[in-house]
Design a protein around this ligand. Structure first.
Ligand code: SF4
Ligand code: SF4
Length: 562
C-alpha cells in the first residue's frame, strides 16, 4: 500500500563549497549563495553536512515530510549522500533525488535503482510524488558539466542497469535538461539512447537572485530565461505552497524555500529547534505577516519571487462599461465638462504594476508606484479604459487574451487597491475598434473633441503627419519612442510651462502617458486629456501592432484632407 501523500518537503543541501556547487549551471545563483555563506562566522559556516547531524535532524522530522536530495547543490558532492538517502528512506520517508550524477559512482546508482523497486515507496515520476530526476548536460551548455570518462561510465551504468531491471524512463526515472527543447549535449549521444527528451525547461531568476544582464551575457542564445521580479506589492501568496517546502543547509539552518540562495529567510535551525518550531517561530511569522501586509517595515524574499501571486476570488465585484456606453459617456462629458481624462491601461501597464521586469518596458520602483497611483484614481471624470473590458466587438477579436490572464489581473487589482470595488472599467479599445470598424464615428469624434481644441501633443511621431489626424498642434512635446518615463525629468518642464495655454493634452508616450495624466489630474488642471492609443500607430503606419497588419483598413480616411 502507498503511504499517505506528504504534506511538507525538506530539501537537503549537503554541501556549500567556497565557490558553490561544482557543476555551476549558468541559471543557478551559486555566486550569491557562496558569497553570502562565506561571510558567515566560522562556527556557523559548516561546509559539509555530517551524517551524524543529518541523522539527528531527520529523527525530528515527521514521516509526512518528503526528504528531497537537491537543495542548493548537487547532492553527490557530499561523500555521505547515499548513506543519508538510505537512512531517511529506511526510516519511512518518501524520498526524491534530483542529481546530475556528478560525484556519484556505481554503488550510489545501485541504491537509487533499489529504491525504484521498493514495494511501498519507490521513486515515481508520474505525479511529482517522489521523483528520481537525472539532470543531463544540454546542447547549449547551460549545465556546463565536465564530461569525464567517469561521468560517462556512471551514466551508462545507470541506463544499462535500469533496462536490466525493467525500470521505465519517464516513470521510475525522469530525465531533464536545461534546454528549451530538451536537446542533450552531443558529448553523450554515444551513451544516451536519444538526442532529445520530451522536457521543456524554463529558467527563472530564482526570486531575482540572478542578474538578468549577466545571464544574457553568459548565455546570449538562451530563449528560455525570463527577467526576474522587481517587487510584488499588495497582499500576496505563494502559489507553489513553498512555505511548507523548506531547505536545510549544512549548519542545520532551515531556509524558507528553494528560492533562497541569498540565505535571506532563515526560519529556524533543526539542530536546535523542533520541526514544528519552523512553522510557529518568529522567522516564519515575519514572512507571512509581510506577505499579508505590504505596509509593514522590512522586505521579504517573496516580494521579488516569480511564485508570489495574488489570490483570485470569483466574488470580486467589477463594474464594466461597454464600448457604446464608453463612447456615450465620452461624448456627454467632453461636451459639457471642463476636466475630463480618458486613460488606457493595457497588459504592459499591469506587468509593470505587478513588479514584473518585462522585455518591452523597463521596470523601476518609481514607475511601478506612479502607474499604481494613476490606476488608483477613482473619479467620475477620470475614465479608465482597462484591458479587462470587452475583448470583442461584433464577434471580432482584435487582440486575444486568455480568461486566466484576466483573472490574474483582477486578482492583482483586488489585492492592491483598497478602493478596487469602486473602480469602473471603461472600454480601452474603443477608439481602436472604431478606427477599424466605424471610421465615420472616429472622424466625428475628432472633429468635435480633438481637432478644434488648442492642444499639446506628447509623443515621438512625425508632427506634420499626426497633425493630419488631430489638427494643429500648438505645443509638441517630443519624447523618446521607448521608455519615455525615464527621461521625464527632461520633458516634463515643457509640459508644465505650457499647460495653462491649452484645452487638450494628447499623451502618446506609453506608460509615461499614464503618468503624465495622473500628474496633471493631481495638479487639478482644467483640461481634457485623451489617450488616442493605437490610432496614432496606424496613421504613422507603424508595424508594431499585429491588429494593424491583420486588418487591411484604409486609415487615410481618418485624416484631414489636404
Ligand atoms: S542547478 Fe543543481 S547542479 Fe546546477 S549548479 Fe545549481 S545546484 Fe548545482
Ligand atoms: S513566494 Fe517564492 S520566495 Fe516566497 S515561499 Fe513562495 S517560492 Fe519561496
Amino acid at each position: 500500500m502507498w503511504p499517505p501523500r506528504h504534506t511538507h518537503q525538506l530539501e537537503v543541501t549537503v554541501n556549500i563549497a567556497k565557490k558553490g556547487c561544482a557543476v555551476a549551471c549558468i541559471v543557478c545563483p551559486q555566486e550569491k549563495l557562496s558569497t553570502t555563506y562565506n561571510l558567515y562566522p566560522d562556527k556557523d559556516r559548516v561546509r559539509d553536512l555530517s551524517f551524524q547531524d543529518f541523522k539527528k535532524i531527520i529523527d525530528k522530522v515527521p514521516l509526512t515530510t518528503r526528504i528531497d536530495f537537491s537543495g542548493y547543490t548537487e547532492p553527490y558532492l557530499n561523500k555521505d549522500c547515499s548513506k543519508m538517502i538510505k537512512y531517511a528512506h529506511d526510516k519511512g520517508h518518501t524520498i526524491s533525488v534530483y542529481t546530475t550524477l556528478v560525484g556519484a559512482d556505481e554503488k550510489d546508482v545501485d541504491l537509487l535503482l533499489q529504491i525504484c523497486k521498493h514495494p511501498d515507496r519507490p521513486f515515481s515520476a508520474f505525479d511529482q510524488e517522489n521523483p528520481l530526476c537525472i539532470h543531463l548536460p544540454d546542447e547549449g551548455g547551460v549545465m556546463p558539466v565536465k564530461i569525464t570518462s567517469k561521468y560517462k561510465r556512471v551514466l551508462k551504468y545507470l541506463i544499462l542497469r535500469a533496462k536490466m531491471l525493467r525500470l521505465n524512463f519517464g516513470s521510475n526515472i525522469r530525465f531533464m535538461t536545461m534546454d528549451t527543447e530538451g536537446k542533450i549535449s552531443k558529448e553523450i549521444h554515444d551513451i544516451f539512447p536519444i538526442n532529445k527528451i520530451p522536457f521543456s525547461f524554463k529558467a527563472i531568476s530564482r526570486a531575482s537572485n540572478l542578474d538578468d544582464d549577466e545571464i544574457q551575457m553568459k548565455a546570449p542564445t538562451m530563449q528560455n530565461y525570463e527577467g526576474g521580479v522587481g517587487r510584488r506589492t499588495g497582499k500576496i501568496y505563494c502559489r507553489t505552497n513553498s512555505l511548507l517546502h523548506n531547505v536545510l543547509i549544512p549548519n542545520g539552518d532551515v531556509q524558507l524555500c528553494c528560492m533562497d540562495y541569498g540565505l535571506d529567510a532563515k526560519i529556524g535551525n533543526l539542530l536546535e529547534d523542533s520541526y514544528d518550531d519552523l512553522f510557529k517561530g518568529e522567522g516564519m511569522k515575519y514572512i507571512t505577516d509581510r506577505m499579508n501586509d505590504d505596509s509593514l517595515e522590512g522586505d521579504i524574499i517573496c516580494r521579488r519571487c516569480e511564485n508570489a501571486d495574488y489570490e483570485y476570488k470569483s466574488k470580486f465585484n467589477t463594474t464594466t462599461v461597454n464600448m457604446q456606453d464608453t463612447l456615450d459617456v465620452l461624448y456627454r462629458k467632453l461636451s459639457t465638462e471642463s476636466k475630463v481624462f480618458y486613460s488606457r491601461f493595457g497588459d504592459g501597464d499591469f506587468e509593470i504594476m505587478k513588479g514584473n521586469r518585462e522585455l518591452l518596458h523597463e521596470w523601476s520602483p518609481k514607475l511601478q508606484k506612479e502607474l499604481q497611483e494613476a490606476f488608483e484614481i477613482s473619479d467620475k471624470n477620470y475614465l479608465k479604459g482597462v484591458m479587462l473590458n470587452e475583448p470583442t466587438f461584433n464577434g471580432t477579436e482584435l487582440v486575444h487574451h486568455s480568461p486566466e490572464k484576466y483573472n490574474k489581473i483582477t486578482a492583482f487589482i483586488h489585492n492592491n487597491f483598497n478602493n478596487a470595488e469602486d473602480f469602473i472599467y471603461y472600454s480601452h479599445v474603443l477608439l481602436t475598434y472604431m478606427a477599424v470598424k466605424e471610421q465615420d464615428i472616429v472622424v466625428d469624434f475628432l472633429d468635435k473633441f480633438i481637432r478644434p481644441k488648442k492642444k499639446m501633443f506628447i509623443g515621438s511621431v512625425d508632427k506634420r503627419l499626426i497633425e493630419k489626424l488631430v489638427g494643429k498642434i500648438d505645443y509638441y512635446v517630443e519624447v523618446p519612442d521607448k521608455d519615455a518615463y525615464y527621461t521625464m525629468d527632461d520633458w516634463w518642464k515643457k509640459v508644465l510651462d505650457n499647460i495653462d495655454d491649452v484645452d487638450l493634452v494628447i499623451p502618446t508616450a506609453g506608460m509615461a502617458g499614464r503618468v503624465t495624466q495622473k500628474r496633471l489630474w493631481n495638479l487639478n488642471k482644467n483640461i481634457h486629456s485623451i489617450e488616442l492609443g493605437s490610432i496614432v500607430d496606424a496613421v504613422v503606419n507603424s508595424k508594431t501592432r499585429g491588429w494593424i497588419k491583420r486588418n487591411r483598413v484604409d486609415f487615410n480616411k481618418l485624416l484631414i484632407e489636404d
